[in-house]
Design a protein around this ligand. Structure first.
Ligand code: NAD
Length: 485
């Protein structure tokens, strides 16, 4: 029998946003490729909901990863989709139990744990993949191809920015799961390890040294509007003017749709424009189309984070009593709201990565200047494009890289799952677009950037802190040997 006709059997650890809603649907849409046979999730509702969608028998439903992994391996693959600080132990245990692992980013919140994971994968002869979904998007694949084709000549200077929308910043990094570096990860790791993974890959060069500045400037008690209470719903005098007023963000979702409209194109943009002006009209016609129904009765991220059943009543209750109804100036957040990393890549190439949480829209921008041309790009919530201008001919080529993206992260979520399944079937992790060695490198760059920011100095990646001992071949493949772990 052709092994490709038999789905691989997978277990899920953590059936939250990513496990349940990003990767779970891939298995439902591609039953010939992967089947979830077990789940570990402490939240009973989430566990049962995932189990019922994937027809997982009761005996394979567990409250914790410890219980699941205490059993002999139930399949070939384990997806570890717990929170950042809960990645290391279940991954080590899963690798030891014989599973190939797909682990959410960041691999771990400290360098030595990242290295331990790579080592465990090698020692147990099991594949370890990290969810660097952006490598699997059409947008960044095309950017990689354009640079590698030599069309821009030699690349000299790069400016890449991650513009986190003000409402996303408030949601995830002020009120939400990644607000506090001690409880999750530094912002440069949590938000930008994808960018630090993309840049060396697209450019085909490695980072040699970097420096960084950044701090938390705005989301602090001294910036609270006069008289603002601890919760938005407790009679905040700034309810009509504050851009972070929780009911405006979560009940109307106006900024989310605006971000989408500003970067989308075609019929989707038109529908969204109508929705912003006359939501009642879209609601009226919503029974006629699944797309209109999805929009009018939106239940996905970010509202799905507030409650598993985001009805208007449940959302209101979540705002009254949960973390997402807190005043943004009175939270226990400490991660930066802006940071710049200046890097020197091999060959003297200068690369700047900027991240900030005060953008009007949610999008990444890239400018790459070469000796023969320039590349400009935008990767947005609603749409994406790349433009190349050639110096001598003045020829301009524009690519729409946002069309038909399907799953989350510009289609990257599903493409990543497809690559993971393919690597397991082939028995070769090297066929995936991000190898674990490359993922590790992006994480080490993030730790170095945080160290540079905190200590106010230039950090050399090969000489400072934890090092990778590489051969030239290792630089592009997985065979990383470790020193000093
Ligand atoms: N690849 C990406 O682009 C991307 C995007 C967003 C988030 N993430 C990462 O994905 C991870 C998960 O994020 P999320 O938003 O899905 O979080 P989440 O909180 O929605 O999901 C985590 C789940 O793990 C469960 N859990 C807790 N303890 C457990 C245990 N002992 N055993 C089994 N399950 C347990 C929780 O109950 C929860 O349902 C995080 O590390 C996050 O940084 C990655």
């Amino acid at each position: 029998m052709d092994p490709k006709s038999v789905p691989i059997q997978a277990v899920l650890i953590g059936a939250g946003q990513r496990g349940g809603d990003a990767y779970g649907p891939y298995a439902l849409a591609h039953a010939d490729q992967v089947r979830f046979v077990a789940v570990a999730e402490p939240d009973e509702k989430r566990r049962q909901s995932f189990a019922s969608r994937h027809h997982i028998p009761l005996e394979n439903q567990f409250s914790t990863w410890e219980d699941l992994l205490a059993k002999p391996a139930l399949g070939e693959a384990a997806l570890v989709c717990t929170q950042d600080w809960q990645h290391v132990q279940p991954t080590l245990a899963a690798l030891r139990a014989g599973y190939h692992v797909l682990l959410e980013k960041p691999m771990a919140t400290i360098e030595t744990d990242c290295l331990r994971l790579v080592q465990a994968s090698q020692e147990n002869g099991r594949q370890l993949h990290i969810c660097h979904v952006l490598r699997y998007t059409h947008h960044f694949k095309l950017m990689h191809e354009i640079i590698q084709s030599g069309k821009l000549g030699e690349v000299i200077d790069v400016d890449h920015r991650e513009n986190v929308a003000f409402w996303h910043m408030a949601h995830s990094y002020v009120r939400g799961n990644w607000r506090n570096g001690g409880q999750s990860s530094p912002m440069i790791l949590a938000k930008c390890c994808h960018d630090l993974d993309i840049l060396p890959w697209v450019l085909g060069r490695r980072c040699e040294s970097l420096s960084s500045v950044g701090e938390l400037t705005h989301f602090k008690a001294e910036n609270a509007p006069t008289g603002a209470p601890a919760r938005c719903l407790d009679g905040c005098p700034a309810s009509q003017t504050c851009p972070y007023f929780a009911p405006w963000l979560y009940l109307q979702l106006t900024p989310l749709w605006r971000s989408f409209v500003d970067t989308a194109s075609g019929p989707e943009k038109a529908i969204m424009q109508v929705y912003l002006r006359a939501p009642w009209l879209i609601r009226l016609f919503s029974p006629l189309s699944t797309d209109l129904h999805r929009l009018a009765h939106f239940q996905e991220w970010p509202v799905s984070v507030l409650t598993d059943d985001p009805t208007p009543e449940n959302l209101l209750e979540a705002l009254r009593s949960g973390p997402y109804g807190r005043c943004v100036y009175r939270c226990d957040n400490d991660v930066v709201d802006h940071q710049v990393v200046s890097m020197k890549f091999t060959g003297g190439l200068s690369v700047s990565l900027g991240m900030h949480g005060h953008s009007h829209n949610e999008y990444r921008t890239t400018r790459i200047e070469g000796t023969r041309g320039r590349l400009l790009a935008e990767f947005g919530l609603g749409g994406s494009w790349i433009q190349v201008d050639e110096h001598r001919s003045d020829r301009r080529t524009r690519y729409n890289t946002g069309a038909g993206t399907g799953s989350g992260h510009g289609g990257g979520d599903f493409e990543l799952m497809a690559a993971f399944v393919d690597s397991i079937r082939r028995g070769d992790a090297g066929t995936a677009r991000t190898t674990v060695g490359q993922a590790l490198e992006s994480h080490l760059m993030a730790f170095a950037a945080e160290r540079a920011r905190l200590e106010g100095r230039v950090v050399r990646l090969d000489q400072d802190g934890v090092q990778l001992n590489r051969t030239p071949r290792d630089a592009s493949k997985d065979n990383v040997t470790l020193e000093g772990t």
